[in-house]
Design a protein around this ligand. Structure first.
Ligand code: NAP
Length: 250
């Protein structure tokens, strides 16, 4: 049976863990060839091996997405290796130190903004020209529920994720007639290593903020990304889609 993403090349940043890993596997299961990018090469190599062992096609690349020149080089290499680009999931992100705004250090603020917002911009500015050459495609930026509302002790993260949604909407308008769709996804709190810093009782309290009274799974986020990447979403661009167990409905 024909798979929905056969002959498509998909780049996933932060693909070596959590939501990026589940997304890369979901895209690969539908036939996409995966360029798996992560700062953690060991994690990326593990996921690539698992995709290949399941019959898929994937290659890993080490990259810190907060480095624009390095991002340019990796995307040039992906063009050489795969010949084009049709799907880009800009997912790499960090949580940052939890502290009220006035107690945030400038260096922590800058690190979170540089990975979670600048990193998405750097990725897009090199992905878009290659996607244009490849005949169009779909970009999915990983925002958060915290791209739509505030959350105490996380000002840099919240500011970056709000920025990702604005960047998504703006570039969707700019590249709609080039056949490039750009959307953002807003996960609620998802069980991944990103939440490891939080104590167990805090996690129970956070689960209760979702009407479903649980954390989400990476696979539940990946299912939405897969839909947005697929031809089924052909008239969808410039939008932000929560996948949050009802968190934003309160
Ligand atoms: P995760 O399990 O920590 O995975 C993130 C991956 O990105 C890790 O492999 C990490 O490598 C890598 N990474 C970190 N900084 C990077 C950089 N500068 N350049 C390249 N790769 C980098 O986190 P996750 O929970 O799957 O999060 C993925 C995305 O979803 C993030 O954008 C996050 O903000 C967003 N999100 C997560 C949740 C949640 O509750 N988990 C909720 C909403 C949105 P290292 O392990 O070496 O750091």
């Amino acid at each position: 049976m024909t798979k929905v993403l056969e002959r498509k090349v998909a780049l996933v940043t932060g693909g070596g863990s959590g939501i990026g890993e589940a997304t890369a596997k979901a895209l690969a299961a539908e036939g996409a060839e995966i360029a798996l990018v992560d700062m953690d090469l060991e994690g990326a190599d593990r996921v690539v091996s698992e995709i290949i062992n399941s019959g898929g096609h994937a290659k890993s690349y080490k990259l810190d997405v907060s480095d624009d020149a390095a991002t340019d080089n990796v995307i040039l290499q992906i063009e050489k290796d795969f010949g084009g680009l049709h799907i880009a999931v800009n997912n790499a992100g960090i949580g940052g130190v939890l502290a009220p705004t006035a107690d945030q250090s400038v260096s922590d603020w800058k690190r979170v903004i540089s990975v979670n917002l600048d990193g998405v911009f750097y990725s897009m500015r090199h992905e878009i020209p290659l996607m244009k050459k490849s005949g169009g495609g779909s970009i999915i930026n990983m925002a958060s529920i915290l791209g739509a509302v505030g959350f105490a002790n996380s000002s840099a993260y919240v500011a970056a994720k709000h920025g990702v949604i604005g960047l998504t909407q703006t570039s969707a308008i700019e590249y709609a007639t080039d056949g490039i769709r750009v959307n953002a996804v807003g996960p609620g709190f998802i069980k991944t290593p990103l939440l490891n810093a939080l104590p167990a009782d805090a996690l129970a309290g956070i689960a209760a903020l979702h009407p479903m009274n649980r954390l989400g799974t990476s696979e539940e986020v990946a299912a939405l990304v897969l839909f947005l990447a697929s031809p089924a979403a052909s008239f969808i661009t410039g939008s932000y889609y929560p996948v949050d167990g009802g968190y934003l409905a309160r």
